[in-house]
Design a binder for this molecule. Structure first.
Ligand SMILES: Cc1ncc(COP(=O)(O)O)c(C=O)c1O
Length: 357
């Protein structure tokens, strides 16, 4: 990232962008989709896809099982869509049949879902919904901001037309670009005149493939993404998914052994984030503050209706490692006991170490 920026018509630009296309296709598991990165936070990529697809009053069906499904509804409505929702209680996944039935009833232009919702720690099955989209006129958009690099997200095999990832989670990079990919089928449905000229994926793809002297691309971020993707390639994508799975298993085993209650359907638990209930009588903020100040460990508060009731423990990228898991659990053990919640001391780290196989 500290390398001097290069100009858009510098020959090394084309080489960096071609390498990024190749590597992004790998992480999204697609042979031929157009793969680019939108400058900005991950939601800029989601907005860009929505802006490119939605014309006024288009029907958009959104599955909502957490905060980021809500975000999809908000963004689709802001881009002029008529939004219909399929809701389930936070902590559950959406039964694919519910989504498919709603699609058959309403025939939306676009169906949108989050793959793994960071607010609930639930992974949503996508394959059947993708197949149903492919068999109909519906374009399928998936928010894989949390999941990409941490578990399988298979664009081609699951019938996904557009997918947006995040740099700063399981890809292990800094925030600032939204990697995304879209199929020819999605491109065929793009509006000829999206209302935002900037959030236009076709424009991004055009400048990606034909850099113009007057366009600046954020070269430090592109180099950061390239490095993150090279590191993933060195590890191996499947090995990385397995490392995240092991870390998730270890956290869950450790929390259970400490006598804590996890939140959400365990059968659909995301490997890269684990939600655990704040025990009765224990202060959400006190524990998080003590963890941070005394142990250098940051766990996250919850969103919306879960705020104050649940903590979120991320094991993403380099933190999907036994050392990080043991550090978090040992620290939490110490802080909880200091706050008056007695755990079987040491049981959490022992169980985690055993489960990290
Ligand atoms: C599943 C999911 N989608 C979207 C976002 C939005 O990402 P950003 O804050 O980078 O826009 C997040 C951020 O945490 C997320 O976890």
């Amino acid at each position: 990232m500290a390398a001097p920026p290069f100009a858009a018509d510098d020959p090394c630009h084309a080489a960096v962008l071609a390498e990024l296309t190749y590597r992004l296709r790998q992480v999204f598991c697609t042979q031929e989709a157009t793969a680019v990165a939108m400058p900005g936070a991950s939601r800029s990529g989601i907005e860009a896809v929505l802006n490119s697809l939605i014309e006024p009053d288009d029907r958009v069906l959104v599955g909502v099982f957490g905060h980021f499904g809500e975000l999809l509804c908000t963004l689709a409505a802001r881009h002029g869509a008529r939004v219909r929702r399929v809701d389930v209680e936070w902590g559950q996944h959406i039964d694919p049949e519910m989504m498919i039935q709603a699609m058959l009833d309403w025939r939306p232009k676009l169906a949108a879902l989050v793959h793994a919702d960071t607010s609930t720690g639930i992974v949503q099955p996508l394959r059947e919904i993708g197949r149903a989209c492919q068999e109909s006129e519906t374009v399928f958009l998936v928010d894989a901001v949390l999941s990409v690099g941490g578990c399988e997200i298979n664009m081609d095999a699951w019938g996904i037309d557009a997918v947006v990832g995040g740099m700063q989670k399981c890809l292990g990079g800094p925030p600032g670009l939204a990697p995304l990919a879209y199929s020819d089928r999605a491109a065929a449905s793009f509006s000829s005149k999206p209302h935002s000229a900037y959030l236009d994926v076709r424009r991004v793809a055009d400048t990606w493939h034909n850099p113009q002297p007057e366009t600046e691309l954020p070269t430090p971020m592109l180099l950061a993404l390239r490095e993150a993707l090279r590191i993933i390639d060195e590890e191996g994508l499947e090995a990385r998914w397995q490392r995240h799975a092991r870390a998730g298993r270890a956290v869950r085993a450790g929390l259970d052994a400490m006598g804590l209650q996890r939140f959400g359907d365990p059968a659909h638990a995301a490997p890269m984030i684990t939600l655990v209930r704040v025990p009765d009588g224990i202060g959400d903020l006190d524990v998080r503050q003590q963890l941070l100040e005394q142990h250098g460990v940051e766990i996250m508060a919850a969103f919306g209706p879960l705020r104050g009731q649940v903590w979120r423990i991320g094991t993403m990228g380099t933190n999907a490692a036994l050392a990080s898991v043991l550090h978090v659990l040992a620290s939490l053990d110490a802080v909880l006991n200091a706050q008056g919640f007695a755990t079987p001391r040491g049981a959490g780290v022992d169980a985690a170490a055993e489960a990290f196989v």
